[in-house]
Every structure is written in C-alpha cells, then in structure tokens.
Design a protein around this ligand. Structure first.
Ligand SMILES: Nc1ncnc2c1ncn2[C@@H]1O[C@H](COP(=O)(O)OP(=O)(O)O)[C@@H](O)[C@H]1O
Ligand SMILES: O=C(O)[C@@H](O)C(=O)COP(=O)(O)O
Length: 423
C-alpha cells in the first residue's frame, strides 16, 4: 500500500476513497479499499490506497488520538509512504474537539514539523479564503452547519477554531501565495516551521489549488484535510511510476434494498421529501423510540413489506424538533439511542436478505456499518460528488452507499439504489 488515510467518520472515509479511486480526469487513480475500524488482518496485496474509517469525530480527544495512532500503525505496517488525516470539509468539531489533538499527535508520530490543514472541497462548494471556510456563497457559520446536532460550527475562522484545539501556534498560507504554485506553497510551509507553527491552514478555492497543494506536499509524510486534499496525490504516485492509474470498477449487486437516513442536514431532508413523492417512506417517532415504545422491528417490518419499492426510513428532523428532543433527553443520549436503533435495524435487514443499503449521515453510517461486520469495502464508481459505490464481498455480499448528510442531488436515494444494482 502506498497511501494511507485515517478518516474520522465513515461517510468521510468513502468520500476520500472516492477521490483517490477516481484520480484526475485522464490520469486514473489508485486501487482503493475502505476498512472499517482498524483491521486485525493484512490488507490485500493489490491495494494501493487504504482508508481506515473510524467513528472518532465526536469523541473525546484522548480516545480519538489513541484510535488514530492505532490506525497509523496499521497503515505503516501495510507499507504506506504517506498518510492523510481526513476530517469533514465543514471542519465538524467543537472548540475542545479533536482535529487539533489528532493532527498534532500524528505529526509527532511522523516527526513532521509543519502540516497542511485544508478542509476545502470546491466540488461540494467548500472553499477556504484567508483562513475562512465558505459553503457555497455563505460563511460556514451561516450555512446551516451552525445548527448541526453534534458539532455546531459557529465560527467560520478555521485558524481561530483550530487554535482553540491545538497546542502549537496555527499558521496560514493565504490564497495569493497558493495561486503562485507548489514551490511557493512549499516555501511558506517551511517558513511556518521557523515560526513554530505545526498546523498550517492552506487556502484553496479551486481544484487546481488543491492539486498544487498536493504537489507541494508530494514528499510530506502527513497531510490533513477534507477529501479535496487527496485530489493531486494519486498523480504524484503515478508520475513516480509507483502506481498504474487504475479505474474504479465493481460489479453491481441485485436484491432487496433499503434507505436509512439519520442525518438532519437540509440536503438530506430535501432528498427525503423528494423520495417521498414516489416511494414508501417511514418517519421514525424519535420520542417513542426514547420511551422504548418503538424499535428496530418496526423498521424491519416496514422495509420488508415494501421490498422492491425503494423503501426509506428516517429519523431526520428540523432543527427545532432536534433541539426539543435533545433538551428533553440529552444530546448524547438521543444520538446514542438512534445509533443503536439504526444498527439493530441494519442487522435485522441484512439477516432478512437486504443486499443494497443506502445510508445518510456520518454517525449513522458508522453505527450501521460497524454493526454489520463487513471487512474491507472495494471502492467503485461515483454516484454523486463525494459518494462512491462500495461493495463488501464475503458470505453475504452487500453493496452500500454511505452519503454524507450534506452531499448528493435531490434524487440521490433512488439514483444510488440503481447504481448499487449496477445501472
Ligand atoms: N430527530 C432527531 N433528533 C435528534 N437527533 C437526531 C435526530 N435524527 C438524527 N439525530 C442525530 O443527529 C446526528 C446526525 O449526524 P450524522 O448521522 O453524522 O449526520 P450528518 O452527516 O448530517 O452529520 C446523529 O447523531 C443522529 O443520531
Ligand atoms: O468532508 C465531507 O464533507 C464529508 O466527507 C464528511 O466528512 C461528511 O460527514 P457527515 O456530514 O457527518 O456525513
């Protein structure tokens, strides 16, 4: 394995796996697999990039550091020459969150003195200018992300936000330098070392900026960012003759299907409304679930009764409903109970023969996929930006799409089910 990624959630992992597998147009990418938590076995010999998906985004910094270092050790054991720490393109974390501690711990373990921090993903509307993160034409803190159920992003100044999490001073390579190309970016990263700045935000507003950053960091042992930071990396390995420039290919999977949505993002709620017009949909009564009056069996019964019609089950609610539930039961308790609900439902569904599963939401995907004990996932073609087809081989093979809450077009769910079937 050439390149290893430590990803802080499961949708984010499949997002960067997609970027690596796809590569740049006309160039090809790396043969990529996604692993669920730190595997106990060796990776298959033909894999060029391995993404370890952790569910560490919203956990305490010390636990996230320990899990990320374990993932690093496994990736190093597989021969990786370069490591990427992948977090959300909207920098989802709290002021005492773990992006800073994990990035600094990985930097220390790899003896890296200045490390790129670049959550930009222009293809999904996330850009960074003068250290400030935008979602399309809005500052992060006015984009809806300020109401995220677990990590409300109330400050668009990533330098300031990261400084609250990090031990060392945080630096900035601003866009006027980035646009001058790889040499200038590399020189500024070097200057940051003199200033004692370990983590350095690097502006990026276009894919070309990300490719230039990738070139500047071609020999860096560690980079950090959203999936965009990986855009230029396959090309570095292909240019060095170390990788062939593979194209993602997997066979589709026929069989019964289900969509499970736990994301409360505006995009996902819009996709649910779109799906509702043509397909059967079940809204989970979260209050009933919290009182123990409804559970996974209700979901399994609904899906099986609607097999073949693209049934969708969701907990997703509007910000005021989410807040009311969190005020009544506690934020962590609701999240934990819903994780358990979706995990139990997914186990029940797969036991009853479901073979195509689309999941919306990073935490939700982590809960579901961890419960299914799937081993390595092969990364196939892209469904919508940032969301690939994933296939788990094994005795009960299954095709999956793990959709970040914010990603996908309005018709995503039906389209994803068709793509999982090979359309
Ligand atoms: N109706 C609801 N009320 C409160 N919390 C909810 C509700 N539905 C889902 N959640 C929680 O919101 C969080 C959504 O996070 P996640 O699945 O990562 O989605 P996203 O990809 O949008 O971040 C999960 O922890 C989930 O359990
Ligand atoms: O970088 C991104 O935006 C995604 O890859 C991602 O991490 C999504 O996380 P969720 O919104 O929690 O699904």
């Amino acid at each position: 394995m050439l390149l290893g990624v430590v990803a802080d959630d499961f949708t984010g992992a499949s997002d960067i796996a997609n970027t690596l597998a796809k590569g740049l147009a006309g160039q090809g990418g790396l043969k990529t697999a996604q692993f669920l938590n730190v595997p106990s076995l060796k990776a298959p010999a033909d894999i060029e990039a391995g993404v370890v998906a952790l569910k560490s985004r919203s956990i305490a910094a010390a636990d996230a550091v320990a899990q990320s270092l374990a993932a690093l050790r496994w990736l190093q054991d597989q021969g990786c020459r370069q490591i990427v720490f992948k977090y959300c393109s909207t920098f989802d974390s709290t002021p005492d969150g773990n992006i800073g501690p994990v990035a600094e711990a990985l930097a220390a373990a790899l003896d890296q003195k200045s490390v790129v921090v670049c959550p930009a993903f222009p293809g999904a509307g996330r850009t960074i200018y003068q250290g400030h993160l935008f979602v399309h034409d809005r500052l992060l803190s006015e984009s809806g992300l300020e109401k995220h159920p677990l990590n409300p992003m109330t400050d668009p100044d990533i330098r300031r936000w990261l400084a609250r999490q990090a031990k060392h001073p945080v630096g900035l390579v601003a866009w006027p330098s980035v646009r001058q190309g790889p040499e200038r970016i590399a020189a500024e990263l070097q200057q940051a070392v003199q200033r004692g700045q370990r983590l350095v935000i690097v502006d990026a507003i276009t894919d070309d900026d990300l490719v230039a950053i990738g070139r500047a960091a071609a020999t860096a042992l560690l980079l950090t960012g959203g999936s965009g930071i990986a855009l230029g990396l396959p090309g570095n390995f292909i240019a060095a003759g170390l990788a062939k420039g593979a194209r993602p290919q997997v066979a589709g999977m026929s069989g019964p299907e289900a969509v499970l949505a736990g994301s409360c993002s505006g995009a996902t709620r819009g996709q649910i409304e779109h799906h509702r017009r043509r397909h059967p949909v079940l809204a989970i009564d979260v209050d009933k679930v919290m009182r123990g009056a409804s559970g996974a069996n209700d979901i399994v019964t609904f899906v099986l009764a609607n097999a073949g019609k693209a049934p969708l089950v969701y907990s997703s609610g509007a910000p005021e409903d989410v807040k009311a539930l969190q005020d009544r039961y506690g934020r962590e308790k609701v999240a934990h109970r819903l994780d358990r609900l979706f995990a139990d439902a997914a186990q029940g569904l797969v036991a009853k023969g479901i073979r195509r599963l689309v999941i919306a939401g990073g935490e939700t995907s982590g809960a579901v996929v961890s419960a299914l004990d799937l081993g390595a996932l092969t990364v196939g073609p892209e469904i919508d930006p940032g969301v690939p087809v994933l296939v788990a081989e094994g005795k009960s093979p299954i095709a999956l799409a793990l959709k970040s809450g914010n990603f996908g077009a309005s018709d995503f769910f039906a389209k994803a089910l068709a793509r999982l079937a090979g359309a």
